[in-house]
Ligand binder design. Structure first.
Ligand SMILES: [Zn+2]
Length: 270
């Protein structure tokens, strides 16, 4: 990101946080972040840098082609949670009503997003662990394609926006299935481009500009079509549920700053 864009973004964040501290009636804050629980006037839009990069590198897809992306209302002014973090929080609220786990569960959060991670740490009765290959401060240093956990040892996992970085995502999916207990569940999210007809992937040496053009970001190794993603997840053995506005409610989506056609993928092992 260029310096001028960083400064503009920081100024906008500062202005937003000042506005949020001014008391006002709830109607002036129509949105409610399900991650931090604060009412907000709006969410921050996704920095324009991403759009500029996609255009500059000749990517044929834009934000409007994404399945789950609210670029106009992207990040929470209070906790920084993205729209996908807020979508996941809606589901986790169903699984852990009143902030409690009915039974002691082991949940591993791969490449944890800090705002959601903080919320999960507050769930009573949940044995929560974080895991990543490179991120500092996580509980477990793991390669997703060769997980260090015992077979059928996890009750649940969160794996959001990780697989598009992993060279062998089929191996990673097989590993996630292996370590999940029968009856367990996982949240599995990747950036899906609805206009893409099939998966495009290349983990070999490519320029950053080529990765932006083909995969939408310079550290991605593939771009997922919806069907391609579903096929790979099912091939690993998972059952997949697609939870959207019909499940959570259109009003809940709007209030949480989640775009109407967003979909949460919840996988289970029978
Ligand atoms: Zn928040």
């Amino acid at each position: 990101m260029r310096t001028v864009e960083r400064i503009a973004l920081r100024l906008r964040e500062l202005a937003g946080s000042v506005l949020e501290r001014i008391p006002g009636p709830p109607s002036s804050r129509p949105f409610l972040c399900p991650v931090c629980g604060h009412r907000v006037r709006s969410f921050h839009p996704l920095p324009r840098y991403y759009e500029h990069q996609l255009r500059a590198c000749g990517c044929p897809y834009g934000f409007e082609d994404s399945e789950t992306l609210n670029w106009r209302q992207y990040s929470c002014r209070r906790c920084g949670a993205s729209d996908r973090d807020r979508l996941m929080a809606l589901y986790l609220r169903e699984m852990f009503p009143s902030g409690r786990s009915a039974a002691p569960l082991l949940l591993v959060d791969f490449a944890p997003a800090p705002p959601l991670s903080a919320a999960l740490r507050r769930v009573a009765g949940l044995q929560y662990r974080t895991a990543d290959l490179m991120m500092p401060g996580v509980d477990d240093r793991v390669d997703l394609a060769a997980l260090p956990y015992e077979e059928r040892s996890l009750d649940a996992f969160v794996c959001s926006h990780v697989l598009e970085h992993v060279p062998d995502d089929r191996a990673a999916l097989r590993e996630l299935f292996r370590v999940l207990k029968p009856g367990g569940w996982g949240i599995l999210l990747v950036p899906i481009v609805l206009a893409a007809r099939e998966i495009d992937e290349d983990a070999g040496p490519l320029s950053a500009a080529e990765r932006w053009r083909r995969f939408g970001q310079d550290d991605h190794v593939r771009l997922y079509s919806k069907q391609g993603f579903l096929d790979r997840v099912r091939s690993a053995g998972f059952r997949v549920a697609e939870l959207g506005a019909a499940h959570f409610g259109e009003e809940t989506f709007y209030r949480s700053g989640v775009a109407p056609r967003s979909v949460l993928y919840v996988v289970t092992r029978r």
